[in-house]
Design a protein around this ligand. Structure first.
Ligand code: UFG
Length: 327
């Protein structure tokens, strides 16, 4: 019996792989190594494979059968909003096509359990304080659309052949559970600020005239290690054959932090001057996006253990072991 982690060499996937190995599970990682790296998967078996490519389904089927896979955790996807706007068809090929290959392989190989990485991007620009899972989803970019379509595909496979699934809608993931597993990409606020500081530049704040207390956007920052634990809770939930009451879960803290709070906390943790330049608003940024974590607490018994300062401190420590440490 083993767990197949697709995209397990990436930032979030590698954290889940490490936790699965710690609890003594047999783990097979599939990754195309386009953004992830092999050393992140530790003792897990690594197969280099692009699941969205022609032949991806057949290769997966073979691997699932040979390794006695009983559950799949599917992280592999493209995740840059701007890029998805520029290359929508490619995003659908990668994210929707990749998932379709995985699900077809699971059906043929008789693998019934799937955890899917969804995103708060499915919500778009909701005008509510705390976002609940069953509000109307109105994604505002192809990236968010591909994640929503992914959830629909899972529900369809449940109806057709009994797939047991959970989709985790991640809010703003940051930090590191182990310093060597920090976020290698410079795509999100925390690494972007660290990257600017490493270059001797000032951090940028995209807009300080939003209708929020300090004028900057509010997000729900979730520690990557807490998020990884949510996957294990979801795996346990899918095991057995009890009917599943819910499938879709926000993974957030229920607490918002503003861009300015994040930048200030980075200054406190690092001792650096994080005085920021205020730039114009970035198109498509909702003023506030904070998830209601009640459902995941009730159904999976999971809640976030780490607060903003822990997240920022661990991100800072991870940055210090990386190639562009500061000081
Ligand atoms: N920001 C800055 N300066 C920076 C970088 C970001 O002010 O240098 C601001 C952004 O404008 C935004 C906030 O910091 O207000 C957070 O930005 P991120 O890019 O870190 O994250 P987003 O909330 O825009 O995006 C995240 C995920 C996406 C997902 C989206 C919606 O990274 O994958 O949430 O759920 F699509």
């Amino acid at each position: 019996m083993s767990t197949l982690v697709i995209g397990g060499a990436g930032y979030i996937g590698a954290h889940v792989v490490r936790l699965l190995l710690e609890r003594g599970e047999d783990v097979v990682v599939v990754d195309d190594l386009s953004t992830g790296t092999g050393e992140r998967v530790g003792q897990a078996t690594l197969a280099e494979l692009d699941v969205a490519a022609p032949g991806g389904q057949e290769a997966l089927e073979k691997l699932m059968t040979e390794r006695g896979v009983t559950a799949v955790i599917h992280f592999a996807a493209k995740k840059q909003v701007g890029e998805s706007v520029a290359k929508p068809a490619w995003y659908y090929q990668q994210n929707v096509g990749g998932l379709a290959n995985v699900l077809a392989a699971m059906e043929n190989a008789g693998v019934s359990n799937m955890i899917f990485s969804s995103s708060a991007a499915v919500y778009g620009m909701p005008d509510v304080g705390l976002v609940q899972e069953d509000i109307d989803c109105r994604p505002i970019n192809p990236y968010g659309e591909t994640k929503l379509v992914g959830e629909w595909m899972l529900a369809d496979c449940e109806r057709a052949w009994g797939l047991r699934w959970a989709a985790l809608r991640y809010f703003n993931v940051a930090g590191a559970g182990w310093p060597e597993l920090g976020d290698p990409a410079i795509l999100n606020l925390v690494p972007m600020v660290l990257d600017r500081l490493a270059r001797g530049d000032r951090p940028k704040i995209f807009g300080d005239d939003y209708p929020t207390p300090d004028g900057t956007c509010i997000r729900d920052y979730i520690h990557v290690l807490d998020l990884a634990h949510a996957h294990l809770a979801a795996m346990d939930y899918l095991e057995g054959d009890a009917p599943l009451a819910e499938h879709i879960f926000n993974v957030g803290t229920g607490e918002g932090a503003s861009v300015r709070q994040v930048v200030d906390t980075l200054g406190e943790v690092s001792g650096l001057d994080t005085t920021a330049d205020v730039e114009p608003r970035r198109p498509g940024d909702p003023p506030r996006l904070v998830g209601d974590p009640e459902r995941i607490k009730q159904v999976l018994g999971w809640k976030a253990e780490h607060r903003l300062e822990d997240i920022i401190r661990s991100a800072w420590e991870a940055w210090q072991v990386g190639p562009r440490r500061i000081g």
